[in-house]
Write a new protein. Structure first.
Ligand code: ACO
Length: 332
């Protein structure tokens, strides 16, 4: 067969909870402002010695258990993250912690909030074209590491989490990834970025600096209004293209599962696509925007609660920094 299907999902979040009221003690904001403008009420934050890799391993183990697949059978681990524990790649450490024998390939994919959709499509390409059988796609981010906790425009939005799915090779009749659409627009990167600090990278004088001082990344810089407009413009278009590539129409969609950035973005996209509110999956009230983790985290909750049922069709879309965006029409 030349098909690929989703056979398991899992997720994990840090135990430390930060409410809107907690935030109103450190910046000039309120539960009302945050709830009305974003729909977010709580988020989880990685603290102390906890590592993102640990969350990712937990999410991946749950996905493998659901799929009843042994770690030894995994032949590719894709970690979608923009906040790795190790800049050289954290996926190999996850592969080792899971106990995958035979040294299967494991590497990181960096595409911010679009990372998971890109990972899903990449998994399907490795399966269809490369003979891979069991691909773990993990979305995990800890944006709390790069949030300016004195900037009320950004610190209210983000949370940390990990989510995972297992994508498996199958007969073409069982195929569960119907169509996709992926894009980038680097010209718009300045609307949302966390760049390397230039003067430190260059050295002490700002010109020729040798030996270079250690580098670090700036806080998250965001133009919220621009990102909002960008998302509302590109996401409906992208889903329409993915549907067309799948040979489907809007009426085929059982669930709309968007990157959980802001409830107003979810509502605007659903309205544009004429998808009723009760077909829109949303759990951002509890977790905020968890970047690459948000789609698999929301999928996992929806599957385990019985909301999303086997055989149902999901239109999913990620969008954010890069700028990047992408959609996929999938079957659970
Ligand atoms: N509490 C109280 N007031 C605030 C807060 C806050 N937390 N933040 C901003 N304000 C103030 C502003 O200072 C401004 O005041 P002013 O009118 O006196 O200047 C006023 O509220 C309105 O601010 P806006 O920025 O215009 O508010 P907006 O309605 O655009 O909401 C928000 C801001 C929530 C950030 C919204 O723009 C948004 O969600 N954008 C999308 C952001 C996003 O999803 N980013 C992630 C993408 S995914 C990724 O790749 C990581």
């Amino acid at each position: 067969g030349n098909g690929c299907k989703l056979v398991g999902c899992g997720s994990a979040v840090p135990s430390f909870e930060v409410s809107n009221d907690d935030l109103s003690k450190i910046v000039d904001t309120s539960d009302e402002w945050i709830s009305v403008r974003t729909g977010i009420r709580n988020r989880r934050v990685l603290t102390g010695k906890d590592r993102l890799t640990g969350l990712a391993v937990e999410a991946a183990q749950k996905a493998l258990e659901m799929a009843e697949v042994d770690p030894d059978e995994v032949d590719l681990v894709l970690l979608c993250t923009s906040t790795p524990d190790d800049l050289f790649g954290s996926a190999p450490q996850i592969q080792a912690a899971l106990g995958c024998k035979g040294n299967p390939l494991a590497f990181d994919i960096t595409a911010a909030c679009s990372g998971f959709v890109l990972g899903l499509v990449s998994a399907s390409c490795y399966i269809r074209g490369g003979g891979f059988k069991n691909v773990l796609v993990i979305g995990a981010d800890a944006l709390s590491r790069y949030v300016d906790w004195s900037d009320r425009g950004t610190c209210i939005l983000f949370g940390d989490a990990a989510g995972a799915v297992l994508v498996q090779a199958c007969e073409s009749e069982e195929d569960g990834l119907f169509g996709f659409d992926l894009h980038s627009d680097g010209g718009g990167y300045r609307h949302l970025h966390t760049g390397i600090k230039e003067n430190e990278a260059l050295g002490t004088n700002g010109s020729v600096g040798f030996p270079p001082k250690g580098s670090s990344y700036s806080f998250i810089q965001m133009n919220g209004k621009e990102v909002f407009r960008f998302a509302c413009r590109v996401v409906p278009q992208s889903i329409e293209i993915a549907l067309e590539n799948a040979g489907m129409t809007r009426s085929s969609i059982d669930w709309l599962l968007l990157h959980q950035a802001n409830q107003r973005i979810l509502d605007a996209v659903a309205t544009r696509l004429e998808i009723p509110a009760d077909r829109v999956i949303s759990n951002l009230a509890n977790y905020g925007n968890t970047s690459a983790a948000s789609i698999p985290l929301a999928l996992d909750e929806a599957v385990r609660s019985g909301k999303v049922k086997p055989g149902q069709t999901i239109a999913t879309s990620g969008f954010g920094a890069g700028l990047t965006w992408g959609s996929a029409i999938i079957k659970w």
